[in-house]
Design a binder for this molecule. Sequence first.
Ligand code: GLA
Length: 385
Amino acid sequence: MINDLKRAFFNIFQQEPEACYFAPGRVNLIGEHIDYNGGWVMPCAIHAGTWLLIRFNNESLIRLHSHNFSANAAVPINNNYSKNGNEWFYYSLGVIKALQQEFNLNISGLDLYYFGNIPIGAGLSSSASIEVLTAYAISDLYKLDIPPLDMVKMTQRVENLYIGVQSGIMDQFAVTYGQKNKAMLLNCSSLYHQEIDCNLGDYNLVIINTNKTRKLEDSKYNERVQECNSVLKILQTQINIQYLCDLSFTEWLQYQHLVKDKTLQKRASHVITENERVKNAAEALKKADLNYFGELMFQSHLSLKEYYEVTGVELDTIVDFCSNYYDVIGARMTGAGFGGCAIALLKKGKEKDFTQKLVSFYKEKIGYHPDVYIQEIGGGPTKIF
Ligand code: GLA
């Protein structure tokens, strides 16, 4: 594959690439819509990811091409790279702009060619993968020596301020710190993190793509962030907390009467119960109690459906099917929701039967087919050559 990418690079730029880098996508096992509320999440990096081939040029241009999209760009350096659309290359330009502004990156020109095998807009962080990859590659090439945590925070700022999605830190963190066969238990307020062996025994982690794509910029993502901020402001008039997840479930029961709006109450109920579920899920995974872990996944989905209202008929159809399939012990949506992917713990050896039955169930109800992938848990960014 790398040779094909090198050939494609040469065809576009008429020069060999200087170097090649890889960064993964991520899947979140549990802890959804928790990161921007300062609580616990449990993502892991996946094998699928993005590759970048790169070379310097002396033409004062940043040229961006992708195997996956026809849109490309040739942007003069030192302008402010204003964002005039939703094309993929703005994720890279935003990072290059941040590197120039925050890390004194001084460039004479760059040629970049991306290839990704993460389904786009599917909740597996194809965007964080491009952002972290760009930062990692350029930092290495120019010997900027950027500590990983600074890279995480910088790429999150790009997402928030340049792309315009008020996302939390989970995606960039998982992509940067992912480790093979480990789930990451991350506290999004202190950034304390712990790697947990992801020993799934007789089960596989299956990712099911609804094939309903969405762009977070256009979704209700920012609305949910605002709703949580509104609850926080109300509670802060009475209690000293910095994030919604600073409240335990018992404290929430004590104070929820302060929140009069029923919708806001539901949003907060999801956040506070989900945060508790992550802590329980971490204990379950450490003890390899997969049945309990799976049960928590189903509970998480229900809460995202009923209280947070970010699932939709496609994701619900998949999780409904899974809850009636004997050899699935847990399933839930993953990522932001509004379409994208679900995950399930499926007994090894049942892949074919599961896929056939799920595809026909889903097709009948939704009208098109879902995709099913068995994903391995991969590591963080690396230099390929
Ligand atoms: C998106 C965001 C993350 C996180 C999830 C929901 O992936 O980028 O920061 O909020 O949604 O858990």
